[in-house]
Design a binder for this molecule. Structure first.
Ligand SMILES: Cc1cc2nc3c(=O)[nH]c(=O)nc-3n(C[C@H](O)[C@H](O)[C@H](O)COP(=O)(O)OP(=O)(O)OC[C@H]3O[C@@H](n4cnc5c(N)ncnc54)[C@H](O)[C@@H]3O)c2cc1C
Ligand code: FES
Length: 377
């Protein structure tokens, strides 16, 4: 599409599907803003919405239109074309919407719509008085945020064993670990968000037990938090290595922000790292630590990295890509023991290492749920 006629386009020029227009708008007297607007035609209807995904600015023009929604091509967030609402993770914020007028076979993009405030629900009296969310990860955060967005007005308490407010966990093995973005990118929202939305966050406060009969969560120290509804969103934890030496301080797993910051601290003084595991987290850690100029060796029992999930061809491709960036693979082998300065391999080799990162999978944290069921029985 030519940009000349951005504000008035003949409807016939607009095929069903997605096209992108750049719009220069003047805001107030002196401020100038540039918006990229996605125009989507569905039959006779045309929608004008923000062209960038609110997760990591993925190009929605390259996404998919499914019914009245558009899906981001990068991580598949989904937005409502009528309201801009973010309908599916990982996007948390809506995209903007513009009014569209159709007259005499032409369409005009008009003013940007104001976002309506969530309406308080009529049936507030039948809603639970207090919802307790156990877990401050993406699930716990999305649940709290969605409750408020949908007009739930009563009490929300979020308990987390993490000390930090909810953050973008996937970033911990990518740009943040590589040191290519500042910390500001990591939290999902700042403190003000929780205050503005009356979400009572109790970080560093693990739930130890749930008493389903009494409808209470018992936290470390013995305090009891009553609830009407409870959401268990305790996520997963890394599988630990059990070989000799795996409990030393220079052997780390990566799940929390604190884990990531500990790896970053150690990486500052380290020269060589051994990554145990050649799947997503192991390889992302390898790439991120190469960006920090560490010598990186990856040890894994597989024939090719990621082969089990993605097959041999992609496994070969992934291996070659990492090797191009200086990663050294020790495949079809396993760590047998970890010394202070080296990892000894089952097949007899030894790799010097002043930092070891273990990425050998996760298992769901079921303990609370299992204990709660035991109480009921
Ligand atoms: C380094 C890394 C990179 C990743 N990269 C990607 C990626 O690129 N793409 C992707 O799709 N997925 C990725 N993932 C997976 C993704 O992060 C998870 O799917 C997601 O975090 C799950 O969210 P969750 O809220 O269900 O659980 P979690 O994020 O695990 O959160 C669980 C929360 O519960 C808290 N908790 C646990 N037990 C208790 C308790 N007893 N009391 C109170 N609180 C408790 C924890 O402290 C935590 O805050 C990655 C994961 C990691 C670790
Ligand atoms: S950038 Fe769109 S879902 Fe991540």
């Amino acid at each position: 599409m030519q940009l000349r006629d951005w504000w008035r386009i003949a409807l016939l020029e607009l095929p069903t599907g997605v096209i992108l227009g750049a719009i220069l708008g003047i805001v107030g007297v002196v401020r100038i803003a540039v918006w990229q607007i996605l125009l989507v035609r569905r039959g006779r209807e045309v929608f004008a919405v923000g062209a960038q995904c609110t997760h990591y600015q993925g190009p929605l023009a390259e996404g998919l239109v499914v019914g009245d929604t558009v899906r981001c091509p990068w991580h598949h967030a989904c937005f409502d074309l009528r309201t801009g609402e973010a309908l599916r993770a990982p996007a948390l914020s809506p995209i903007a919407c513009w009014d569209v007028e159709q007259r005499d076979g032409m369409i005009s993009v008009r003013s940007k719509r104001k976002r309506p405030k969530p309406k308080p629900r009529d049936n507030a009296t039948v809603e639970p008085g207090k919802i307790v969310i156990i877990g401050g990860g993406a699930t716990g955060f999305a649940a709290a945020q969605m409750l408020r967005r949908n007009g739930y007005q009563n009490s929300i308490v979020m308990l987390s064993s993490d000390d930090a407010l909810p953050y973008d966990r996937p970033n911990l093995s990518k740009d943040y670990l590589a040191g290519t973005i500042p910390f500001d990118y990591v939290p999902l929202r700042d403190e003000g968000f929780y205050a503005d939305n009356s979400i009572d966050t109790r970080m560093g406060q693990p739930a130890e037990q749930v008493d389903i009969r009494a409808r209470e969560v018992i936290v470390a120290g013995g305090d009891k938090i009553p609830y009407d509804w409870l959401l268990l969103a305790t996520g997963a934890e890394p599988v630990r290595l059990t070989i000799p030496g795996a409990d030393q301080p220079h052997v780390r797993t990566l799940r929390s922000l604190a884990d990531c910051q500990a790896i970053i601290e150690r990486a500052k003084a380290a020269r060589r790292v051994v990554v145990i595991g050649a799947s997503f987290i192991g390889l992302e850690v390898a790439a991120a630590l190469r960006t920090r100029n560490l010598e990186v060796h990856v040890v894994a029992p597989d024939k090719r990295p990621m082969e089990r999930i993605l097959g041999p061809d992609i496994g070969n491709f992934v291996r070659a890509l990492h090797e191009e960036h200086g990663v050294v693979f020790h495949l079809e082998d396993k760590g047998a023991a970890i010394d202070e300065n080296a990892v000894r391999l089952e097949k007899g080799g030894t790799i010097e290492a002043d930092l070891v990162v273990v990425g050998i999978g996760v298992r769901p944290r079921l303990e609370l749920a299992e204990k709660a069921r035991a109480t009921v029985a």
